[in-house]
Each structure stands twice: as structure tokens, then as C-alpha cells.
Design a protein around this ligand. Structure first.
Ligand code: AHM
Ligand code: MG
Length: 319
């Protein structure tokens, strides 16, 4: 028997109808991101065949130039977004400077994205993904606070492909049905459990962390009630945190005083998602990363996020 399940497109159109004056621009923009990520997903799926099909050189068996997956994903996202008619400028993690849409295609949105986060995991078949964060154009200012985000989300290329996003009205997850090529609403109104057992941090850097973080880790290990999980791919580590709860930490350390993750490309989209899912996100001490005024498009920021109780417990060790 057929059961109706809304697709991502259905859901976006439904949301659009809630706003009387909506022009459809946001829905069009999201459809472009959806399309680009489906193409990236199909390439990620084949990445293991690169060696045996003789695609390791610069030319593949069709005589086409082969790009590394992250370069391919970046080019696809840049070209899709700057030609779709809805975007004023994009900022990609892979490109040092912003790219502006040609005047004839210029629109009202700014899109920050990381085309293939965790790409060092491609060879090992671990989940990787695309992260995006959308703002309204505000004059020429590309440096808006995270609180100004119109929408943020990620697409995880894992055992299933999932499109997870928020536009400030909760978080919803859509799983790709590969047989029809549509994202289907599979995770309605995602909520991070208030507390969880899993902590996720690169513990190899422990000696470089501040005393509060060291004491927190010692406390977790002393109690013996926690589990450690760290893929080293933000999308995988955060997707697990959304589903199972717990805490993800990429704090400052002696070698990386601002942390590693990029404020506008990684930290803010996930902080927005985490807060919309009922979780908590902090930067240095109790600072909400969404409240940081960025100085540069590629600024970095420490980030600790996940289940409320876990983040509060961490904070108690800093104070
Ligand atoms: P990337 O954007 O160069 O792929 O780096 C970001 C990745 C994140 O996905 C992950 O959370 C982090 O780097 C892991 O860093 P580390 O290896 O220092 O633990
Ligand atoms: Mg990244």
C-alpha cells in the first residue's frame, strides 16, 4: 500500500505557504543546494572505484579531467549557486575570497558553505558531508553574526544520505531514497536528548587543552559511565550527537588558540542547528557563538555543543 511521505520539495513548499508574501526565492535556493548535493552524493558513492577504474591520474577512462572530490564539490557548489539567480555572494571553505554572482544573476542571499567537510576521511569510507549557512544580503556586509542566519544545514554522505536543515523553526531530516532520487522526510522535528553518554573530542591533544577541559575529561573517565567516539569528521560526529545526545568539543588549545573549526562555515551552522534542536552551543566560556561578530570570513572559533546537561557540566569545570 502506498503511504504518502513528504519530500524535501513538498516540505519547502509547505513552509513557503506559511508566509503570504513569500516570493519563492528561498525555496528555489534550497532546491539548488539539494540538486548539487545529490550530484556530490553520487560521486562520493563511487569514490572507492577511483583506483580500480584507473582514475587516479588527471584523466579518466572517458578522457575527462579528473578532479579530487573536494575540488569537484566546490566547483559544483560555486557554479550552481552563483548562477541560480538567488545569490549575491558565496563564501566557500575552499576559496580564500568571496565569489560574487555575475550582475545578471545576482540575488538576495549570501551562502557560506563547506563543500566537503571531513574530506581527509574519503579514503577510509567514513561519513563526510556538505555544510551550508544562509544569510540575507545586508548591503555589502558579508560578516553577519550567526544569529542572523536564515537557514543552516548539512548533507551527510554516510550509510544513507541525509539532508538536515533548520530555518529557525525546528530541525528536520530527510533521507535520500536512491531508487527515486528524492529526499523523504524521515526525521521530523529532531531533538537532541537533554543528556547523553558520548563525548567526542580529539583526546590526542589533551596536553594542549586548558586545565578546565583536562579536569572535565579526567572526571568523565573516572566515573566510567561515558563512551568516547571521535570520527574526526564534524558532520559524522555531530549527526551522531543529534541522534544520540552527548557532547562534541573542539576547544582552543595551545597550538590553535582560536580552535580549528571555522566560525561562519562550521561553528555557526552547527550551533544554530544544535540550539534549534533543543541543545546548547558555547564558544569560549559561556559565549554563544551565534553572538560573535566575525572579523573575517575565515575566522575560527572554539566550539562545544550537544546535549544541554553535558554542556552545562563541562561549563562547571571551567568556572
Ligand atoms: P576540514 O574542513 O579541513 O575537513 O577540517 C575540518 C575537520 C572536521 O570535520 C573535524 O571535526 C575536524 O577537522 C577534525 O580535526 P582534528 O583532526 O584536528 O581532530
Ligand atoms: Mg571543513
Amino acid at each position: 500500500m502506498y503511504t504518502y511521505v513528504p519530500t524535501l520539495t513538498d516540505y519547502l513548499l509547505h513552509e513557503q505557504r506559511r508566509f503570504n508574501n513569500a516570493s519563492g526565492s528561498f525555496t528555489t535556493l534550497m532546491a539548488q543546494i539539494e540538486n548539487a548535493t545529490k550530484i556530490i552524493a553520487s560521486h562520493v558513492k563511487e569514490s572507492g572505484l577511483v583506483d580500480i577504474l584507473g582514475k587516479t591520474g588527471t584523466v579518466n577512462s572517458f578522457g575527462e579531467e579528473v578532479q579530487k572530490l573536494d575540488e569537484f564539490s566546490n566547483k559544483l557548489m560555486v557554479e550552481t549557486l552563483t548562477n541560480c539567480g538567488e545569490v549575491y555572494a558565496i563564501v566557500s571553505e575552499e576559496v580564500a575570497e568571496p565569489v560574487y554572482s555575475p550582475k545578471e544573476h545576482s540575488g538576495n542571499y549570501i551562502v557560506y558553505f563547506d563543500p566537503l567537510d571531513g574530506s581527509s576521511n574519503i579514503d577510509t569510507n567514513c561519513p563526510i558531508g556538505t555544510i551550508f549557512s544562509i544569510y540575507y544580503k545586508n548591503g555589502d556586509n558579508l560578516l553577519q553574526k550567526g544569529f542572523e542566519q536564515v537557514a543552516a544545514g548539512y548533507v551527510i554522505y554516510g550509510s544513507s544520505v541525509m539532508f538536515v536543515y533548520t530555518c529557525g523553526n525546528g530541525v528536520n531530516g530527510f533521507t535520500l531514497d536512491p531508487s527515486v532520487g528524492s529526499f523523504l522526510l524521515s526525521h521530523r522535528n529532531m531533538i537532541i536528548p537533554d543528556s547523553g553518554k558520548i563525548y567526542s573530542i580529539n583526546e590526542a591533544y589533551e596536553n594542549l587543552y586548558d586545565d578546565g577541559t583536562k579536569k572535565y575529561l579526567a572526571h568523565l573517565k573516572k566515573e566510567g559511565k561515558s563512551k568516547a567516539r571521535y570520527v574526526g569528521s564534524l558532520i559524522a560526529d555531530m549527526h551522531r550527537t543529534f541522534i544520540k545526545g552527548g557532547i562534541f568539543l573542539y576547544p582552543a588549545d595551545k597550538k590553535q588558540p582560536e580552535g580549528k573549526l571555522r566560525l561562519m562555515l562550521e561553528v555557526n551552522p552547527f550551533a544554530f542547528l544544535a540550539q534549534e534542536a533543543g541543545g546548547k552551543a558555547i564558544s569560549k566560556l559561556d559565549k554563544n557563538p551565534l553572538d560573535i561578530v566575525p572579523k573575517h570570513i575565515h575566522d575560527r572559533s572554539p566550539i562545544i555543543m550537544g546535549s544541554k546537561d553535558n554542556v552545562d557540566e563541562y561549563l562547571s569545570f571551567l568556572k
